[in-house]
Design a protein. Sequence first.
Lengths: 103, 656
Amino acid sequence: MFSGVTPIYFLFVSAVIFAIGAVGVLIRRNAIVIFMCIEMMLSAVNLTLITASHYLQSLDGVLMVFFVMTVAAAEAAVGLAIFVLLFRGRGTIKVDGINLLKW
Amino acid sequence: MIELVWLIPLFPAIGFLFNGLIGRWFNLDKRIVSWVACFALGLSFLFSILIFFALLKLSPEARAVVPDRVLFDWIVSGGLKTVVGYKVDPLSIIMALVVSGVSFFIHIYSVGYMHDDPGYTRYFAFLNLFVFMMLTLVLANNFLLMFVGWEGVGLCSYLLIGFWFDRDAPANAGKKAFVVNRVGDFGFLLAMFLIFAHLGTLEFNGVFDGAHSLDIVTVTLITLLLFVGAAGKSAQIPLYVWLPDAMEGPTPVSSLIHAATMVTSGVYMIARCNILYTMAPVSMATVAIVGAATAIFAASMGLLQFDIKRVLAYSTISQLGYMFLAVGVGAFSAGIFHLMAHAFFKGLLFLGAGSVMHAMSGELDMRNMGGIWKKTPITFWTFLIATLAIAGIPGFAGFFSKDEILWQAFSSSHGHVYLWLVGAVAAGMTAFYMFRLVFVTFLGGCRATDEVKKHIHESPSIMTVPLIVLAVLSVIGGYVGIPHVLGGRNIFHEFLAPVLGGHPEGTAHAAFSLVKSAFASGGAAEGSGINMELLLMGVSVAIAIIGIGIAFYLYILKPEVPKRLGERLKILYTIVFNKYYVDEIYEACFVKSTKKLGTFFWREFDDGVIDRSVNLVGGLMLWLGRVLRRIQTGRVQGYALGIILGAVIIIIFLIR
């Protein structure tokens, strides 16, 4: 079905998604957007793992993906709760305004 | 029975723990505290007596070789093996008897004397600890355990001199005693190191059996260093300065620690090491000369003091000088004999002084006393007995012991006619200042204020009974050592002979043989030594009586003479009255320079080098932190950038 498609394509897409996510984390201010970018990076990693798993005919990678997804889900729950509280307390979720933890 | 020797020091230790921990913690009633303290000492005394009689049952040869009672290994490390073990032989049991006996009576006396003191429990705890340490010292079977006792009694001396630590004078006196003793202990330690380095053991049996393999230089060095230790503990020149100040402590403490027991431990130690000392004639001569010098020097300082306890303190130093003179001329058993007699009469004198203070509302200056003998009869008579004993009046304990020392100083092969002369003159001074003390304190008109006068009273019987017991001992104590020349049998000397050996009878020195030959030419060839001994005995008694006579003349018949004499010999009087300015000289020579050195190290080294380097490190870290904290911006994305850059760098490295 994907006879012409080699794993390198998947890896390339995955790298692009990961890079977009990483840049998003670095330049966006809205915490929710940053959070979404992190999810993107995680998905990119998942894609890489699936690819490798398929390529190597091994289930190890797939197994890892399940873990990543579980963690991501839990992280979403906790992270969103933190944002709600942050917004209640400080009226904003712009990360450049939340910089109390410094010298 | 003899195996139970470890019980002797155990009882005071239990008493100490009980009073020190439970008694202090629960604020127990004074009656319980004093019962425990005195009962512990009583048991200790009882066991000393029982073991003494058990030892008497053995043959004289067997007494010296009773196997040590080893309780347990203490320090085992490489070649060093030290045990906690006790040695029973005639010497140690005599010491144990004297220590536990005198301590027992002084404990009882203290119950009355310290009755109203707020530190009552603490006092008895310390006193029990002291007796425990002292018994450890005299019963130990090796140098290291002896040193434990040695330091322990020093500690207790410090604690009890500074018993009233809320006043400056006792606190400083305690400090002085501790520091001066430290100088002596240094010598003791070095001697132990030397012994161990050469013989590989510290146990008495091993050391004395192996002593003959030592060369004379080593033995001389060891014995001289041991003598430094003894001089510190037993207040000999030049380390005697702490003892007069030690009188700031409670009077029973002065009696027990600074007259009867602790200060004599130096004499005991030298007697214990008699095998080493007889191998080193130079050390023997040093000990004898220092002893004789101390005897006369301290006696002269006692002549003009007005504080009764200080007179007694100088007297103690002087009597200790006699003991060192005795052991220095090789008459070890004479030294121990005088030690025992001195424990009785000097302990009694101090207790009597305490009783006088009790009667005089705490007054110590004899210029404010006088004429109290009728109101305090028991104190007066017992004090007089002790004074007669110390003055060497025939029939009292001091006479037998002192004359034996003087005779040995003259006749022994280590002795010299000058040593005898110095000793005899010091004996005259002793008689003088002691009777001056009695006359001024007890006789004549009363010079106290009316307020004090009203309260003059005899002490309660709990204080007078120990006085009477010690007075009896001061009289009969001498009869265990009647010299042969008076037709007696020197039981004391015979008892100690297995440990201490006979008196060196060998070749007499030149002066003696000269006199002897003079006698011989006079036709008294047979038994001239005995005649000589009688003659010298007569001379020393005459000197003592002259001393008493002068005191009687100056302080009873013509009380105005001493003042005029003092004015005529103003310079001499001032010098002697100020104790030859020895304290001031020490202050200028040693104390000041040591303080200066200390201040130098404090200011320059401690402040300048150590503190400065510590502060430098701290300052550097502060500066570093101030610079580096700038990267901690608080912006999450900054940190994220750091993480990513870091990851990239690591990946680059991994890929390459």
